[in-house]
Design a protein around this ligand. Structure first.
Ligand code: ADP
Ligand code: MG
Length: 253
C-alpha cells in the first residue's frame, strides 16, 4: 500500500503564538518499501507521522494512502512508539488481543492469526506471562504483534527502539525488520540513529531544521541482496552512507 504526502504544511497555534512545523513536505513511500526519516530534534518528524496516521489535520496539503485521502484514523495504518504501551495487568495474550477486542473484531479468524503471529515470532510460550516478566526486546515484539493483529498495511514507527539499550537495540531492530519484511508491510520509521536508518531502510529522507522541508533523499543500495540489518552494518558501503548522512545533517546546523 502506497503512501503519498503532497504539499503538506503544518502550523501549531497556541494562545500566544503560531509555530510553523512543516513547510511544504512532499514524498511517497512505495508499497512494501521501508523508508526512514531523520532530522534534527524538534524539526517536525513526529508531526509528519501524526498527520499520516490521521491524528492531526495538516494546515494545508493532503496525505493519500493507497490513493485514498486521509481524513481520519484509518485501520490501514498501524502506529508504534518508543514506549510499548503494554498494560502491566494484562497477560501477553490479553495485550495483543486488546486492539481487536476494542474494535469488536476478536473473531475466530483473528484469534488464529494472533496465535500464529505469537508462534512465528517466539512469544507463544510467554502468552500467559505479564509484560514485566519479558525483556525489553520481547515487549517491543509483543507491541508489534498487537499492532499487526489489526492487519494494517502501513506501519508508522516513531523512534521504536530508543528506550532499549544498545545491544538489545541491535537485535530487536533486526528481529522487527525481519517480521515487517515477512509480513510485507510498507514502513515509515522516524529515528535519530543514522546507523539504524541505514541498516534497515530502502531509502532515507533527511528533513531540515524546523520548519521541516525535505532536504535530501538517499537510496540505500547494498551490493548483497536481502541483507539483514545486522549484516548490513558490516557491509563496505555502510561507512560511505554514514558519512554522507552525517555531512548532510551537520550542514544545516
Ligand atoms: P520531532 O519529532 O522532529 O522532534 P515534533 O514533530 O514533535 O518534532 O515537533 C515539531 C515542532 O512542533 C517542535 O518545535 C514542537 O515544539 C512543535 N509542536 C509539536 N507539537 C505541538 C503542539 N501540540 N502544539 C504546539 N507546538 C507543537
Ligand atoms: Mg518526535
Amino acid at each position: 500500500m502506497k503512501v503519498d504526502i503532497k504539499e503538506v504544511y503544518m502550523n501549531y497555534h497556541t494562545l500566544e503564538n503560531s509555530t510553523r512545523a512543516l513547510d511544504n513536505i512532499n514524498f511517497s513511500v512505495e508499497s512494501g518499501e521501508f523508508v526512514s526519516i531523520v532530522g534534527p530534534s524538534g524539526c517536525g518528524k513526529s508531526t509528519v507521522l501524526n498527520i499520516i496516521a490521521g491524528l492531526l489535520k495538516p494546515s494545508s496539503g493532503e496525505v493519500y494512502i493507497d490513493g485514498e485521502l486521509v481524513t481520519n484514523v484509518s485501520p490501514k495504518v498501524g502506529y508504534m512508539f518508543q514506549k510499548d504501551h503494554l498494560f502491566e495487568w494484562l497477560t501477553v495474550l490479553q495485550n495483543v488481543n486488546l486492539g481487536l477486542k476494542i474494535q469488536n473484531k476478536l473473531n475466530d479468524e483473528n484469534s488464529l492469526k494472533v496465535i500464529q503471529l505469537l508462534k512465528n515470532y517466539n512469544l507463544w510460550d510467554f502468552r500467559n506471562h505479564y509484560p514485566k516478566e519479558l525483556s525489553g526486546g520481547m515487549r517491543q515484539r509483543a507491541a508489534l504483534i498487537r499492532t499487526l493483529a489489526l492487519s494494517p498495511q502501513v506501519l508508522l514507527l516513531d523512534e521504536p527502539f530508543s528506550a532499549l539499550d544498545y545491544q538489545t537495540r541491535l537485535n530487536v531492530s533486526d528481529e522487527i525488520y525481519k517480521i515487517l519484511k515477512t509480513e510485507k508491510k510498507t514502513v515509515l520509521m522516524v529515528t535519530h540513529d543514522l546507523s539504524e536508518a541505514i541498516s534497515m531502510s530502502d531509502r532515507i529522507i533527511v528533513l531540515s531544521n524546523r520548519p521541516a522541508k525535505v532536504k535530501k533523499e538517499f537510496k540505500m543500495d547494498f551490493c548483497i541482496e536481502s541483507i539483514s540489518p545486522l549484516k548490513c552494518r558490516e557491509a563496505p558501503e555502510f561507512r560511505t552512507y554514514f558519512n554522507m548522512l552525517w555531512k548532510e545533517l551537520n550542514l544545516q546546523q
